[in-house]
Write a protein that binds this ligand. Structure first.
Ligand SMILES: [Zn+2]
Length: 114
């Protein structure tokens, strides 16, 4: 995996992690106005949407799950098998990693097992 690609994927994953952490903060500290004050730019636009509807438990659980998968993949990016399919070890295209940052498999293996 090229370093530029790795950085791009890491950036995408980091952004998603940050967004999910905001959602989780909202859900867990729903009465705490301080939790949203440090956010800026495009993140605050998303927050405005979030503020209009209560964050329910199902969404929070999904967010927690996705967060742990994203952190796992971010961790993997630092290792030698970065961007490799866990099933067949073939290289996962960067486009796929950007579209589905939680994935650990190439398209072929994902279709067979999911
Ligand atoms: Zn595969």
């Amino acid at each position: 995996m090229r370093i530029a690609d790795k950085e791009l994927v890491a950036h995408t994953i980091t952004r998603r992690i940050r967004r999910l952490e905001v959602i989780l903060q909202q859900g867990e500290l729903i009465d705490d106005d301080q939790s949203t004050k440090e956010l800026q730019d495009d993140e605050s636009a998303r927050l405005d949407n979030l503020n209009q509807q209560p964050v329910d438990d199902a969404l929070l659980n999904l967010a927690r799950l996705e967060l742990s998968e994203l952190k796992y993949n971010l961790d993997r990016l630092e290792k030698e098998d970065a961007g490799e399919c866990e099933e067949c070890s073939s290289e996962i295209p960067v486009k796929r990693l950007l579209a589905v940052p939680t994935t650990r498999k190439c398209v072929n293996c994902a279709v067979e097992t999911d």
